[in-house]
Write a protein that binds this ligand. Structure first.
Ligand code: ATP
Ligand code: MG
Length: 256
């Protein structure tokens, strides 16, 4: 080890996420092509790219909602293989928020938030409720705790989904287009919640086309096309001086 390497504490723990030469196929369809991506602890990555380019597939591989077929994925030092115990270990560290909230409709917001802490983390109900209330306050929907998801606005449901993920005390948060199903007036409140988490130093990988958010929050922007990473760049350079023609075309379309 040479002494010009980065912070020794960081080296001891290693990166938050390592994807090394990852490939994935759905049948004959090559969905991820030779993906190399290392995410440092505390780093904020935004992934963008055209529909069908593999963004969701990439982040779903990070908690093994999809299995990759070649290459290596190491999350918080744990390599994702077919070993179910390791998959569980990774899922405990990684929170995920989807486009369509995926709250359980028959449970109240509080119950949605306490379910995994009670059954997976084995917290006592009172302790889980205290934790859930704290996170619901943090995402500013404490007063919605006893309602059912169907009684909340889209923005409130998405903030509940974020609180639910946080109740597992994840080290890493994955977001897959968390605001794209929301009415425009609700996008801001959800983005502000995510920006708050980013400011606290949460490691996050966020698929989004909210380019204002990317500029404000991302340490690096990843542009994907056709299953491959075309470009990884600092936001400033990504938006003002993209390296690739395909990136320029994409930005031309979404920044109209
Ligand atoms: N379960 C699956 N079975 C077969 N093909 C799939 C499956 N999931 C995704 N794909 C295919 O893999 C490709 C990448 O899909 P993915 O959902 O990752 O794209 P995306 O970049 O997230 O697109 P979008 O912006 O529309 O969400 C697409 O061609 C899609 O049809
Ligand atoms: Mg997607």
């Amino acid at each position: 080890m040479s002494d010009h390497m980065s912070d020794p504490a960081q080296d001891a723990e290693g990166p938050a996420i390592e994807m090394i030469g990852v490939n994935k196929w759905f049948g004959a369809y090559h969905a991820l092509r030779d993906i190399d991506l290392i995410v440092a602890r505390g780093e904020r990555i935004v992934i963008c790219g055209p529909s069908g380019s593999g963004k969701s597939t990439l982040i779903r591989c990070l908690n093994r909602l999809e299995a990759h077929q070649s290459g290596r994925i190491i999350v918080d030092g744990i390599e994702l293989t077919a070993d179910l115990r390791r998959i569980d270990e990774v899922r405990r560290e990684v929170g995920m928020v989807f486009q369509h909230f995926n709250l359980f409709p028959h449970l109240t917001i509080l119950e949605n938030c306490t379910l995994a802490p009670i059954h997976v983390r084995k917290l006592a109900r009172a302790e889980a409720e205290e934790l859930a209330s704290a996170y619901l306050r943090k995402v500013q929907i404490a007063e919605q705790a006893d309602k059912y998801p169907g009684q909340l606005s889209g923005g409130q449901q998405q903030r509940a989904a974020i609180a639910r993920a946080l109740c597992m005390s994840p080290k890493i948060m994955l977001f897959d287009e968390p605001t794209s199903a929301l009415d425009p007036e609700m996008v801001k409140e959800v983005l502000e919640t995510i920006i708050g988490l980013a400011e606290e130093g949460m490691t996050m990988v966020c698929v989004t086309h909210e380019m204002g958010f990317a500029r404000q929050v991302a340490d690096r922007v990843v542009f994907m096309d056709d299953g491959a990473i075309v470009e990884i760049n600092r936001p400033e350079a990504f938006f003002t001086a993209p390296k690739h023609e395909r990136t320029r075309l994409f930005l031309g379309q979404i920044l109209k």
